[in-house]
Design a protein around this ligand. Structure first.
Ligand SMILES: Cc1ncc(COP(=O)(O)O)c(C=O)c1O
Length: 380
């Protein structure tokens, strides 16, 4: 074993001892862990459109968009998506991670004060990490008193605040209205990541942030979740888009997305708009499940959405619960540090779930409760 292998081995053993080791598991049983909230990854019409897209455009786009990778379908999609989410314009990218990562770096310089909710997504944290800014501040999750204190410390500096819209591991929302009030008072510019509410919240699923669109400089949306595909949008003003085309490193120095994906997304926008019954189903089931879990003394935190955490005190209980649910027919994964501070199950509701499966899910949770008690778990 060479030095590097020795190091990997030590590190992996240490993760195993702490119940923090991860391995890849294929999807199995009934899906309650993916972000395919509307079930569109299996949509027949969109699958046909994808094939059609490959026929029309070929496979890869063969270069970055500024070289030879640009296609009219990207612009058509950007226009259509912008109209949907109430934005002046949008830039389409390969995925949400590179959208956030590049955007934060691109919009800030050494003198910009970057302010972030501590529970923002990893791509936001990494964007802040690589930024040249000398001043980076993190406030406790949704603690706007603490945020205001930070804002008061930098009255004249250029400030950039970034927040998730719907928090991906907790299922609660940022306090966007209050943040906009503070924005008016303290003058900062704002990036809102609306990855998880797109498709489920807002008018016709256009995202929680869409009704505030005129007051938010930048919004990011991903297409790997409710849209069932892949890709992301940065929605902003026309001039900002022009700036990003010239400055955004994760856009400039990366092969442009597969055109057939953009072609399929073009049709997915129309489908998602029409899915109010599915949105209602997802949210009705989510509310019912949250109430049921609470009645049975499971801790679900502050969720008000289709993302339902079930807090389980330690990594071992989280893993045992996930295994138990899997043996009983449900794919619900344990989420552990460093992804989150407190180990939990993350249930993500989706429109594919059938009524009989939903009823079974509740029964299985009652069995899980008995099992956890037998393993020494204490339900207060
Ligand atoms: C809030 C949030 N932003 C961005 C991303 C990254 O998006 P993508 O999966 O398209 O890279 C995710 C992915 O989980 C996310 O949860």
């Amino acid at each position: 074993m060479n030095d590097l292998d020795f190091f990997y081995n030590e590190e992996l053993n240490s993760l195993k001892e702490k119940n923090l080791y991860r391995s890849l598991k294929l999807p199995h049983s009934i899906d309650l862990s993916s972000n395919d909230y509307l079930g569109l990854s299996e949509n027949k019409f969109l699958k046909e459109k994808f094939k059609e897209g490959v026929e029309i455009f070929g496979l890869g786009s063969s270069a970055s968009r500024l070289i030879r990778g640009h296609r009219k379908i990207f612009s058509n999609l950007e226009e259509k998506f912008s109209e949907y989410v109430n934005a002046s314009d949008s830039l389409f990218l390969a995925n949400g991670f590179v959208a956030n990562l590049g955007l934060i770096d691109c919009l800030t310089d050494k003198d910009t004060v970057i302010i972030s909710d501590k529970l923002n997504h990893a791509s936001i944290h990494d964007g802040i990490r690589i930024s040249n800014s000398k001043t980076k501040r993190y406030y406790n999750h949704n603690d706007l008193n603490q945020l205001e204190k930070v804002l008061k410390q930098f009255p004249n500096e250029k400030k950039f605040l970034v927040t998730d819209s719907l928090f991906s591991m907790d299922g609660d929302f940022s306090k966007l209205e209050e943040i906009l009030y503070l924005k008016h008072k303290y003058n900062f510019f704002l990036l809102v990541d609306d990855a998880h509410s797109l498709g489920i919240f807002g008018e016709n699923g256009s995202g929680f942030s869409s009704k505030f669109s005129s007051k938010i400089e930048f919004r990011t949306f991903t297409c790997g979740k409710s849209f069932g595909l892949e890709g992301a949008f940065i929605s902003c003003s026309k001039l900002a888009k022009e700036y990003l085309i010239n400055k955004l490193r994760t856009f400039i120095f990366s092969t442009s997305p597969i055109p057939a994906i953009a072609y399929t997304l073009f049709f997915a926008v129309d489908i998602v708009k029409e899915m109010n019954p599915e949105r209602k189903k997802v949210l009705d089931y989510s509310n019912e499940l949250i109430n049921f879990l609470k009645e049975n003394k499971f801790q679900t935190g502050e969720t008000v959405s289709h993302i339902i955490p079930v807090f389980l005190k330690n990594e071992n209980f989280a893993l045992l619960s996930s295994e138990f649910l899997s043996k009983n027919g449900f794919d619900i994964r344990a989420i552990r540090p460093p992804t989150v501070k407190e180990p939990r199950l993350r249930i993500s509701m989706n429109a594919k779930l059938k009524k009989e499966e939903f009823d079974k899910l509740k029964l299985v949770f009652l069995e899980l409760k008995k099992y956890l008690i037998s393993e020494g778990y204490c339900f207060e």
